[in-house]
Design a protein around this ligand. Structure first.
Ligand code: MN
Length: 573
């Protein structure tokens, strides 16, 4: 076991001696740090970070990313800290490793609603898209070796992969990772459904495969005949999980799935896509409604291709997918492909080819991500290079049970408490952040786990209004304080004198009914003033001492029930 596969690859890219040395140093450091540690399989631990870095090299040539992949578990599982990595490898690599470590803390515990928040939080905590990429490949390797875990943990990890990691890969446009993650999770999360599908598929799949093999030569021949340039024609089998999801929409009928095995035609440029489409439609009649031009109208995650389903030989339906080499690479590698293409043209020195993004127009996926935050204030500046700063003004914090709450930057435990529940806010006495006691005006950060300590009969403090950030908390504190201020007024020995004002439609006996209701409540009126004669808005005003808020509320309800009383208001005197 060694790092040669990786360094050879970097040499082939034209990497400098410095690049190679850095990777070798990172490898040696990780090997030393993990010395003696074993994977659950019994193999030396270093095989894991090495596999992650090697797999990552299929997606990116960014040297700090690859070095960080080698070091990604060091600060979590060994005696070495982020500071040690910083001293040895500098700020950038330390930042990436720390990001991966922070993501380890985010765990999926259940509901659908939480899943979406968790995906957002994942990106916000990562801060840098390279951190996300390392984490996705890390998860991919852990899924490939999941059989060594106990069944309960397998279930949790696989579900988390299906709910969080695979959708994130999809949104970042990395189809290859998404498909692999889903197919590795599927048999663990839904074993019965997987078995059902595997059994059904066995014969069907073989038959389809032979069918496509019979058809390929005709496609090749016709493309050549029409002098259409093409790079490759191949068959691609649908990933089992996405097939299963599609079957759910099509009565579980495999005969209705035309892309179980599709034919993919890769061409050098866009014009050839449409020319190739013409050839296919000349050979076989297309099925109306099933020609999809994702080149003219790409999917939200940036996917581009032309799909068409035709009545193929022997009257069977078959799907063709036509795309350029670049579209193909983007579909497989997503965001990572963008960053490969954006290397400055004409730069010969590999070290100078710093990853950067392509033109912002190309980054459909970013728009998709920005959709998530359309309720927030949109930052004027487009996110710069690899920074994930579109959640700039928001932070994501967790309850000890793992529920995610989305708060504005600068939010405090009191904001959090009111976001969870009004009663928790009202009765808060203290807070723990990541298991440490903090003051109630402590500033929360992304990924914090916040626990609120409460005490029955505790009341909100007016000082809280000086530091809370959310309008929700502010409103709830104010309304509680107003209410208790009123209650305070009743605390004197004879209660509080209240003036009740009734807007009425006058009628004979109304005043008597009103005074009767008041007397029945055992309230002694101090004065009654009836201004009902010849007035556009007749009013009855009553002054009376009232013992507490409850009595007042009860009285108001009773008064409102009287026929002719339109409205009741009160003020303290
Ligand atoms: Mn790992």
């Amino acid at each position: 076991m060694n790092v040669n596969y990786l360094t050879d690859k970097i040499k082939k890219w034209g990497g400098t001696d410095e690049n190679i040395k850095l990777i070798e140093r990172a490898y040696e450091f990780a090997k030393k740090a993990h010395a003696g540690q074993k994977r659950l399989s019994g193999e030396p631990y270093i095989i894991h970070p090495l596999a992650v870095a090697e797999n990552l090299a299929d997606f990116t040539g960014d040297i700090p990313t690859l070095a960080s992949a080698l070091l990604h578990d060091v600060s979590e599982d060994t005696q070495y800290s982020i500071n040690d990595i910083k001293k040895e490898f500098g700020d950038e690599i330390a930042f990436l490793v720390e990001g991966v470590t922070k993501l380890d803390k985010i765990k999926y515990k259940g509901t659908e609603r939480a899943a979406e928040n968790l995906r957002k939080m994942f990106l916000a905590v990562a801060e840098d898209i390279r951190v996300v990429l390392i984490k996705l490949i890390d998860r991919l390797h852990n899924m490939k070796t999941i059989q060594h875990m106990n069944p309960e943990k397998q279930k949790r990890i696989a579900l988390e992969t299906l709910e969080i990691y695979a959708p994130l890969s999809y949104r970042l446009g990395i189809g290859e990772i998404k498909g692999q993650l889903e197919d590795l999770s599927f048999p663990i999360v839904s074993p019965n459904e997987y078995d059902w599908l595997a059994k059904r598929l066995k014969d069907h799949f073989e038959e389809r495969k032979k069918y496509v093999e019979r058809l390929l030569p005709a496609v090749n021949r016709e493309l050549k005949l029409e002098k259409i340039n093409y790079v490759d024609v191949h068959a691609r089998a649908k990933h089992s999980y996405s097939l299963y999801k599609k079957l759910l929409k099509f009565d579980m009928d495999l005969n209705k799935i035309f892309d179980l095995i599709a034919v993919r035609i890769i061409v050098p440029e866009i014009e050839s896509c449409y020319a190739a489409l013409g050839v296919i439609h000349k050979l076989w009649r297309p099925m109306p409604g099933l020609i999809k031009d994702y080149i003219a109208l790409p999917k939200p995650n940036g996917y581009k291709s032309i799909h068409t389903t035709v009545f193929g030989p022997e009257g069977k339906m078959i799907e063709f997918q036509i795309r350029t080499s670049q579209m193909h690479e983007e579909a497989e590698k997503g965001i990572a492909a963008h960053w490969a293409y954006s290397e400055q043209k004409g730069t010969k020195n590999y070290a100078e080819k710093r990853p950067a993004f392509a033109r912002k127009n190309d980054l459909q996926w970013v728009n998709q991500l920005r959709e998530w935050q359309k309720d927030f204030d949109k930052p004027d500046e487009f996110l710069d290079a690899l920074k994930i700063d579109f959640f700039k003004n928001r932070i994501f914090v967790l309850t000890p049970k793992g529920d995610v709450f989305d708060l504005p930057e600068g939010a405090t435990p009191i904001d959090f408490a009111y976001a969870v529940h009004t009663d928790i806010g009202n009765t808060a006495t203290g807070a723990k952040v990541n298991n440490k006691m903090v003051s109630l005006n402590h500033e929360l950060h992304n990924g914090d786990i916040v626990e609120i300590l409460t005490q029955k009969n505790k009341k909100p403090n007016a000082d809280w209004l000086d530091f809370v950030k959310t309008a929700g908390a502010r409103k709830k504190i104010s309304s509680f304080l107003n209410r208790s201020r009123e209650e305070m007024r009743f605390s004197g020995p004879s209660g509080q004198t209240v003036e009740l004002k009734l807007s009425v439609r006058d009628r004979i006996g109304l005043l008597k009914d009103v005074t009767t209701v008041i007397a029945r409540q055992k309230i002694n009126m101090k004065s009654v003033l009836s201004e009902t004669k010849n007035r556009l808005y007749p009013v009855i005003a009553i002054q009376a001492p009232i013992k507490n808020k409850k009595d007042l509320e009860k009285l108001m309800v009773k008064l409102k029930e009287i026929k002719g009383v339109e409205e009741v208001s009160y003020k303290f005197i």
